[in-house]
Design a protein around this ligand. Structure first.
Ligand code: SF4
Length: 609
């Protein structure tokens, strides 16, 4: 008997043998790790042998939903894929919104585990309980939007949901993403390359079922309350009106917006790519994920000029930062065009921006020349060259082949590893650590490399007059607590924007209403801690420890040269020591035996290490 909220089955597809099996959802694992992210971390650690080649057939793509997906819970629409990253070699996971997660649930599955490698391109067709692998030779090479169109036409259903890769994933770009619903992505970590290496072009899903919840009245009452809070919440209203670019002015205004390959944290031309300018010049509509009252997705259209007719959902805040400010580009139309290229070829816009900014700094410093770039003048701020570079990266043409390997590998090959702004091989998000110390610690300890949503501390750090962001006191504790909270919200599979209205108390209420299981706030936080430690264990097994919890030397040794954070550095080691102590880890970042016993992970660790 499945837990309430769960569909009760997991689909396992072995592409090498072609076998498709349906397994009962492990209720005890879902009860012990909440769902999606937590369950994915557990399954990856259990099922993947140490040192598995990320691009070999033995790597897995573990797609999982959480217990609340497919119900009317606000923002319950994320689906997580967990895998060993070809970009970092670490444990990684990536979340995608849109409508795929509920569709998987409605088809009768809590998740899909993909393993092996097909001997020719295929796609997976899940039509409720009818599941098959179909030939995708005719789709190989197609752009993501064209792939979705072709699959919908072939299956004669415009309403099915599709997740697919583009040419970047097929060509194994290490930061290739998986695209879904045209505009939503499993972005970070290179899941698209893992899919490409498996010869899996797409997953198409049609589900006609529904999800049973334990206490529908309680769920309805809570949903109504959350809708009311969101309607009144100023931050939620700004996001509804402007999308995530509502954060541009605040981040740039405080001087912690990565600019020109993080050589500084303030972009003088930021007003050209802020939310107000986007709203006035390019926004033409809004899009929403399943069961979301915010609808942060803004549809943008370029009406004239060389990119006339380009239409995307976005650019959202991270793309604006990394492809805009971090490349010194304030040309809004070029920004929209480059986001479109990333979307249709299937590249993570965040890594794409970080890699392009590295290329620009290398060009300005004479490390690469016009000859290397095929004639592109890759100076910071050249939007036209950025568009052309991205086409090359997406197709692995010329210099694009080098940069498709990600910033760390490309910078090492060019002999300038210090110019890659990354942790463990994962390129920075848009927040500048010198101007926001907790974000620096969060990047450093993140299990998947420099990711901003492992411990997004920027809210409390910039509250009031914003000066708290320069303090070190209390940052380790803040990062730790935020990390546990995010492990809960990600495992429930809620959109992180719902935190405007859904605090931990409401999340726990939601979990109880849907599953019928008893859980309180303390219990939820300790599950968050357990998940965090599980992720750490995976990386320790792969050889990652304190030496990998670093920040690039620019953050530690070069004072911020301009803007409101001018003069600041990051003193990482004292924060790291304090963080490890609070976590119950030794000074190399290894959970102690006592901590593992306390969390009930000792036995599992003995079994898998
Ligand atoms: S806030 Fe945006 S990303 Fe989150 S569920 Fe709503 S539309 Fe999707």
């Amino acid at each position: 008997m499945a837990l309430k909220g769960l569909a009760g089955k997991i689909l396992r597809v072995n592409l090498t043998s072609g076998s498709i099996t349906k397994e009962p959802t492990p209720d005890d694992v879902f009860a012990g790790y909440i769902g999606a992210r937590g369950v994915g971390a557990y399954l990856l650690l259990k099922e993947l042998k140490a040192h598995t080649d990320p691009l070999g057939p033995d790597n897995k793509l573990i797609f999982l939903t959480g217990p609340v997906e497919g119900t009317l819970a606000p923002g319950a629409n994320k689906i997580t894929v967990t895998f060993r990253s070809p970009l970092t070699g670490t444990y990684s996971f990536s979340l995608c919104g849109g409508h795929l997660a509920p569709e998987v649930k409605f088809a009768g599955y809590d998740g899909i585990i993909i393993e092996g490698r097909a001997d020719r391109p295929v796609y997976l067709w899940i039509d409720d309980d009818r599941v098959s692998l179909k030939d995708a030779s005719h789709l190989w090479g197609k752009l993501t939007h064209a792939t979705e169109d072709a699959i919908r036409a072939e299956l004669k259903d415009d309403a099915i949901r599709v997740a697919c890769i583009g040419p970047a994933g097929e060509k194994l770009s290490r930061f290739a993403c998986i695209q879904s619903d045209y505009h939503r992505e499993f972005g970070r970590g290179g899941a698209g390359a893992v899919m490409g290496a498996k010869n899996l072009k797409a997953i198409a899903v049609r589900g006609t079922g529904s999800v049973e919840v334990a206490d529908p009245e309680a769920l309805e009452a809570l949903t109504e309350k959350v809708y009311g809070i969101l309607a009144a919440n100023l931050k939620a209203r700004a996001r509804r009106y402007y999308g995530t670019p509502e954060m541009v002015d605040g981040t740039n205004g405080l001087g912690y917006w990565g600019t020109r390959n993080f050589s500084t944290g303030y972009f003088e031309e930021g007003h050209n790519i802020n939310a107000a300018n986007m709203k006035e010049k390019i926004f033409v509509g809004s899009m929403s994920c399943y069961a979301c009252p915010i609808a942060c997705g803004k549809v943008s259209l370029i009406r004239s000029g060389p990119y006339a007719g380009t239409m995307i959902e976005g650019p959202e805040f991270e793309s604006t930062g990394l492809l805009g400010a971090n490349c010194g580009v304030s040309d809004l139309e070029a920004l929209v065009k480059v986001v479109e290229i990333c979307d249709i070829y299937g590249l993570d816009t965040m890594s794409a921006g970080a890699v392009a900014s590295l290329a620009m700094e290398c060009y300005e410093k004479g490390i690469i020349t016009k000859e290397d770039t095929g004639g592109l003048e890759l100076n910071f701020g050249n939007g036209e060259a950025l568009v052309a570079l991205m086409e090359k990266i997406a197709r692995r043409e010329g210099i694009g082949d080098l940069f498709a390997e990600g910033a760390k590998r490309a910078a090492e090959k060019l002999g300038v590893p210090e110019l890659a702004m990354q942790v463990k091989g994962q390129e920075f998000a848009t927040y500048e650590p010198r101007g926001c110390k907790g974000m620096g610690l969060g990047y450093a300890i993140s299990p998947k490399g420099a990711h901003h949503m492992i411990a997004p501390t920027m809210g409390p750090e910039t509250a009031g007059d914003g000066s708290k962001r320069f303090e070190y006191k209390g940052k380790a504790a803040l990062v730790r607590e935020t990390q546990f909270l995010m492990a809960v919200v990600d495992s429930l599979s809620l959109c992180s924007s719902m935190r405007f209205a859904l605090g931990l108390k409401e999340q726990v209420e939601l979990y109880r209403a849907v599953t019928g299981l008893s859980l309180d706030e303390t219990g939820a936080l300790s599950l968050g801690e357990k998940i965090t430690n599980l992720e750490r264990l995976f990386n320790l097994r792969e050889g990652f420890d304190r030496k990998d919890d670093y920040l690039p030397s620019r953050m530690l040794k070069e004072k911020m040269p301009t803007g409101p954070s001018q003069g600041h550095l990051v003193e990482l080691d004292p924060m790291l020591d304090e963080y490890y102590d609070l976590m119950g880890w030794d000074r190399q970042g290894r959970p102690t035996a006592a901590k593992l016993a306390e969390l009930g992970l000792a036995e599992l660790w003995q079994e898998v290490k």
